[in-house]
Design a protein around this ligand. Structure first.
Ligand code: SAM
Length: 196
């Protein structure tokens, strides 16, 4: 059950480096910031990375001056993030759907939304909106195509993503990524959305 932390914790237990872990921040950190800053994202704002895993993206964002919280409900993910990056980032073990922290000015979402069972997508969008301040930004990297079947990760067509996000957000950018990690090239797209 991907909805339960034990599912993910088991994967961290079985492999020191699970299949999704790139051992470094995604190049999409730069690409998403480059898109969002001209659209109004405040440099150095308070930002949360849901499903942060071992924390590479969170640490990269902290290095660029953002005040970052890395959140994951798998204890081994948070343990691994702390081990790698120390207390530069506020690491929090918690469930994105129920955690009551924030609100933040921005969300950086890389391989968290796409890890969700598709039936949870509307609730996930609501959770993003609830975690943000008015006018807050949701930056996300998503898959329109995945390898293998069954998931996670789960692909979502761009049009479906737009429809879902528009329930709570103004979609400012939705287009193919150009700076993906080579293993993901041609399969990712980027969302920049502002809470209504
Ligand atoms: C595919 S991994 C990606 C990890 C990291 N973003 C990366 O790219 O290396 C998905 C992560 O989301 C976490 N996760 C899944 N559902 C969650 C939830 N409801 N609340 C918090 N974390 C969750 C899992 O524990 C896992 O670490």
């Amino acid at each position: 059950m991907t909805t339960h932390p034990d599912y993910w914790n088991q994967l961290y237990q079985e492999e020191t480096r699970p299949g999704w872990d790139m051992d470094r921040a995604t190049p999409l950190v730069q690409e998403l910031l480059g898109l969002a800053l001209p659209l109004g994202l405040r440099p150095g704002c308070g930002l949360v990375v849901p499903g942060c895993g071992y924390g590479h993206d969170a640490a990269e964002l902290e290095g660029q001056g953002y005040a970052v919280t890395g959140l994951d409900f798998a204890p081994l993910a948070i343990h691994g993030a702390m081990h790698r990056y120390g207390d530069r980032v506020t690491w929090t073990q918690g469930d994105w759907f129920t955690t009551k922290l924030g609100p933040w000015e921005a969300i950086f979402d890389h391989t968290c939304f796409v890890a969700m069972d598709p039936v949870r997508r509307p609730a996930y969008v609501d959770a993003c909106a609830e975690h943000l301040q008015p006018g807050g930004f949701w930056l996300a990297a998503l898959f329109h195509q995945v390898k293998g079947e069954g998931g996670p990760p789960h692909a979502i067509p761009m049009a479906e993503m737009r429809r879902l996000a528009e329930a709570r957000f103004e979609v400012l950018h939705l287009a193919a990524a150009t700076e993906s990690h080579p293993r993901r090239a041609g399969r990712e797209y980027l969302l920049v959305a502002r809470k209504r």
